[in-house]
Design a protein. Structure first.
Length: 278
């Protein structure tokens, strides 16, 4: 019997061909020092922790932290299979109450977590990340922010996005300044030096290999599949016509198919303590 957790792991595996190139691009932008030690806060099943471990190289070390014990256990298995268990570790914990001493890491990073899901005040989570990073080190937040997956159907896709009110970053009822795309203000409020906002884009186009096709089909379902009952009849009909593999109009079969999605990344440096400060 397949459990909900196993289904989640499967979806994460399916998304890897889409997400990993964009995540690698974001990591390169940060220029993490070789042999440095960092924190992946809200690491999920550890996919990004492994990419970070590759980036810091031998002698570097990454600690992945997640609230769910099942995710931590799966991440540990992934590390063993990848051959990177000598430079990455995983533990259970809350990003709002990090179980680490002050100045424990050279940098910290969080994807689709701090400010992106309902885990309390995002400013508190950001300050916690700053607390455990050494003065002068960097803190980065990365979050999925937009997509164009139905080329040629911009109005349909806009309406589908409007129905996906439960899907971050379009969470219904959020105050504008609490929305992830306003995170630059959080960095200013938390006292970071040189806060920066950047965009990372992932693109795919025909011909699509099997892995990317499966990832896109899964993404269609994750974004809009559970919201079919909220769609207008005509939109639901078009959605199914374009996204069901058995449909003669399945959009991934189009020879000119092209799609993109974006991550927004916000980062800044932890302020150096003045000599003599308490």
């Amino acid at each position: 019997m397949v459990t909900d957790m196993e289904t989640h792991f499967e979806k994460q595996d399916l998304s890897t061909p889409l997400r990993n190139p964009a995540i690698r691009q974001a990591i390169r932008m940060l220029g993490l020092p070789e042999r440095s030690q960092g924190l992946d806060a809200g690491c999920g099943i550890g996919r990004h922790s492994l990419l970070l471990a590759e980036a810091v190289g031998p002698g570097g070390y990454v600690t992945g932290l997640d609230l769910l014990a099942e995710f931590v256990a799966h991440a540990r298995d992934q590390a063993k299979q990848s051959g990177l268990s000598d430079r990455v570790t995983f533990r259970q914990g809350n990003v709002n109450e990090l179980p680490f001493d002050d100045d424990s890491f050279d940098w910290a990073w969080s994807v689709d977590c701090v400010g992106h899901i309902s885990i309390g005040d995002p400013l508190n989570g950001l300050r916690e990340l700053a607390r455990v990073v050494k003065p002068g080190g960097s803190v980065a937040l990365l979050g999925y922010s937009s997509q164009m997956l139905l080329p040629g159907y911009p109005r349909l896709e806009a309406r589908l996005n409007a129905t996906a009110s439960a899907t971050t970053p379009l969470a219904e009822g959020k105050e504008p300044k609490a929305h992830f795309t306003r995170a630059l203000g959080w960095f200013h409020a938390a006292g970071f030096e040189e806060p920066t906002a950047r965009t990372v884009a992932g693109t795919v186009h025909a011909p699509l290999d099997d892995g990317v096709r499966r990832a896109l089909i899964s993404l269609f379902g994750m974004l809009w599949g559970e919201m079919k009952s909220h769609m207008e009849d005509a939109d639901r009909e078009d959605f199914l016509r374009l996204t069901e593999p058995e449909s003669p109009d399945f959009i991934l079969n189009e020879k000119d198919y092209y799609a993109f999605f974006t991550y927004s990344m916000f980062d800044g440096r932890v302020v150096k303590k003045e000599v003599g400060s308490v």
